[in-house]
Design a protein around this ligand. Structure first.
Ligand code: PEP
Length: 252
């Protein structure tokens, strides 16, 4: 049975002090909340990950990295490997965020390598993908999403999907205040599940959690999360405020 997940992508925000303050705030806000089948994940920047792992010990909050390199080690100045992350207690990584694709030229081909390395190293991957505005306006969004999944993920064995979380993030909705309607999210999530079922099996399709990302806020989370194929959210801006992020967690 697939899990509900609310994950916060902090991007390039928060110093060490702000990281501690935000985690304290989240712990306080979520103290009384019963989370049963819901996972709460935060993704601080690399430099604050180790502290975040320590600060979230004995809480419901899990910690993810925002990226990692596809090679195991070597001459890749400025990069971080899976082994480095696991050595500080990180077991989850976000890959393929649209900002990485746009500003750092990540492609579905390079992401296929990153995903393969992450899975090999025992990581869980939050894999982000989604169409641009012109794809949606040109009614090409289903094709684009299918191509992204095919090129980045469909080389994986079915068993790997036990470690994959999908995050459908229409690029036109990220950080713009424009959210896909709950019906648009549901329509795409159902399409993603159908695509997985055609490539793999119904079991793979039905067991993978599919998160929606793109301007999810406390005031729209409930509506989006009410849809049957939406298993939670990947949250950017609203994950930087303890009260807002916790409200979103409680909306699931
Ligand atoms: C994101 O960056 O993954 C995201 C969904 O951002 P926001 O919630 O700010 O749109």
């Amino acid at each position: 049975m697939r899990k509900k997940i609310v994950a916060g992508n902090w991007k390039m925000n928060n110093t060490i002090t702000q990281t501690n303050t935000l985690i304290d705030g989240l712990k306080t806000e979520l103290k009384e909340t019963t989370l049963e089948d819901t996972r709460v994940i935060i993704a601080p920047s690399f430099v604050n990950l180790q502290q975040a792992v320590v600060a979230t010990e004995e809480s419901v909050i899990e910690v993810s990295a925002q990226n990692m390199h596809q090679s195991k080690n070597g001459a890749y100045t400025g990069e971080v490997s899976a082994e480095m992350l696991s050595s500080i207690g990180i077991e989850t990584v976000i890959l393929g965020h649209s900002e990485r694709r746009t500003y750092f030229n990540e492609t579905d081909q390079s992401l296929a390598e990153k995903v393969a390395t992450a899975i090999e190293e025992g990581f869980e991957v939050i894999f982000c993908f989604g169409e641009q505005l012109e794809d949606r306006e040109g009614e090409n969004h289903f094709n684009v999403v299918k191509k992204q999944l095919t090129e980045a993920l469909f080389g994986l064995a079915p068993e790997a999907y036990g470690k994959i979380i999908l995050a459908y993030e229409p690029v036109w909705a990220i950080g713009t205040g424009k959210t896909a309607s709950a019906d648009q999210a549901q329509e795409m999530h159902a399409f993603i599940r159908k695509t997985l079922s055609e490539k793999y099996t119904d079991s793979v399709a039905n067991n993978v959690s599919i998160l929606y990302g793109g301007s999810v806020k406390p005031n729209n989370a409930k509506d989006i999360f009410s849809k049957p194929d939406v298993d939670g959210g990947l949250i950017g801006g609203a994950s930087l405020k303890a009260v807002d992020f916790s409200e979103i967690v409680k909306a699931i």
